[in-house]
Design a protein around this ligand. Structure first.
Ligand code: FAD
Length: 445
């Protein structure tokens, strides 16, 4: 290579960090990577999506953090690409820009009443219990007897499980103290988990189902009639071991006598939400049998959390496919109406949509990096002024949280944890994070 390849990665979730790791893993490759992140904190949904009681999965942050042990990778947190700095400005300064901005918006159900108060995407609740600085969840919504999550993926199970976790269990996580307080005392007694299709199409994994079934703070209920399959389906299921296992677990739950616990999680399958009822605030959900729409039931509820997937968002200056909710690409190279946008790449959920586990993003990142490296010779032909982005950000008064400052935030979280007799307690307020990082009102010690 003629000169060093300079790469900007937009987003510090697993996809972006795997890209940075793979790009710099070969000591002989002359590459530097700047990772831009709109939050003061790295790790994307590993910090703000993966359920707090899944600490084992969350421990993946340790290997993601190793990305920054390389002197060739920098973290530029608290910088929003699109407002603090534009894509064009990045493209002018870096040979390649990799979009790893995830899928931060919610898919809608398209059901009448979806905008009533009390109907809000599960992401809002997830962000709140995860201590996301932009979380917007009115906790008074939990003052209802019955709540409903729509969707039968792992996120739906996370939400149901988190609602019944005990304070003791929550104290073993890093959720903020106010979250524990609310979750300890909320009024929800019944949580319905509603799937549009039959149980054989449930998207959650058996592992998550078994974990939920084992909670001792709630009865997990599946009525046997929810699991009756049409004959034609039975042969199909028999040929799919994973589905068979899942159905066997559901059958096992259906065969249990309820313990009479204070809270219940109940599964309903083959139900399509047709309308959410209420004046300004939701009071009930009208559900129809998917296989027989003449059977309709209205179920009282004051909180409906659709968990039906995520979509990416259009970044100014970046093509966007509205129908798939992703950034269009061919072999990870961003496309503008079928033409490749030179030096612009995509990875992770912004590329694939919300699918797969964290590790899937590693494979995805290796494909994206392969495209960048394949194009490197051409990218390096372009003359690029050596104007560090730092000068531009400084001139705009953008407060950058670098890796050291992030470590100060981490240290403050550990101190807060110690104060409460816990390992770590997340800071959830952006100002407090900046203060802890030594760039807010009160410098960190
Ligand atoms: C609720 C939930 C629970 C999950 N639980 C699990 C689990 O238990 N196990 C598992 O394997 N997977 C789980 N996943 C999936 C996993 O989190 C994703 O596969 C993974 O996080 C996707 O990685 P990503 O880097 O593409 O996106 P993200 O993790 O979303 O990262 C994108 C990053 O880009 C940043 N960003 C966005 N826009 C900009 C911008 N304009 N400028 C700068 N930065 C920007 C965001 O702030 C974010 O940090 C879960 C997902 C969700 C939603």
């Amino acid at each position: 290579m003629a000169r060093r390849l300079r790469v900007a990665v937009v987003g510090s979730g697993p996809a972006g960090l795997y890209c940075a790791q793979i790009l710099t893993e070969d000591a002989d490759r002359d590459v530097t990577v700047d990772v831009f992140e709109r939050l003061p904190t790295p790790f994307g949904l590993v910090r703000y999506g993966v359920a707090p009681d899944h600490q084992k999965i969350k421990s993946i942050v340790a290997s993601l953090a190793e990305t920054f042990e390389s002197p060739r990778v920098r973290f530029l947190g608290n910088v929003t690409v699109g407002s603090d700095v534009t894509i064009e400005e990045l493209r002018a300064r870096y040979d390649a820009v990799v979009l790893a901005s995830g899928a931060p918006l919610d898919r809608r159900l398209g059901v009448a009443g979806e905008d009533l108060t009390g109907v809000l995407a599960a992401r809002n609740f997830v962000s709140w219990y995860s201590g996301h600085p932009d979380a917007d969840f009115d906790t008074s919504l939990l003052d209802v007897e019955r709540a409903m999550v729509i969707g039968v993926g792992n996120v739906a199970l996370d939400v149901a499980r988190m609602l019944v976790r005990t304070p003791d269990e929550l104290r073993r996580t890093d959720v903020p103290e106010h979250v524990i307080e609310v979750l300890a005392g909320h009024a929800v007694r019944e949580m319905l988990v509603v799937g549009r299709r039959g149980p054989q199409f449930a998207k959650f994994t058996n592992k998550e189902l078994v974990e939920l079934a084992a909670v001792d703070s709630a009865d997990v209920i599946v009525a046997p009639e929810e699991l009756l399959l049409p004959e034609a389906e039975q042969a199909r299921v028999a040929a799919q071991p994973a589905v068979k296992r899942l159905l066997a677990s559901l059958q096992k739950i259906a065969g249990r006598e309820p313990y009479g616990r204070d809270r219940r999680i109940r599964f309903l399958f083959d139900r399509t939400p047709v309308e959410f009822l209420g004046d300004t605030t939701v009071t009930a959900a009208r559900l129809a049998r998917t296989t027989d729409p003449t059977i309709v039931e209205d179920l009282d509820t004051g909180l409906i959390l659709p968990a039906v997937g995520y979509r990416s968002t259009a970044l100014s200056g970046v093509p966007f496919d509205d129908s798939s909710g992703t950034i269009p690409h061919r072999d990870s190279r961003v496309l503008d109406r079928d033409a490749q946008v030179s030096g612009l790449y995509v990875v992770g959920w912004a590329k694939r949509g919300p699918s797969g586990v964290i590790g899937t993003n590693r494979l995805c990142a290796s494909e994206t990096v392969a495209a960048v490296l394949e194009d490197a010779a051409t990218l390096l032909e372009r003359d690029r002024p050596d104007e560090p982005i730092d000068t531009l950000l400084q001139a705009r008064g953008v407060t950058v949280i670098d890796w050291h400052r992030w470590q100060l935030i981490e240290a403050a979280e550990a101190r807060l944890g110690a104060e409460h007799g816990r390992d770590r307690v997340k800071l959830y307020d952006r100002e407090l994070m900046l203060t802890a990082a030594g760039v807010g009102g009160t410098p960190a010690s």
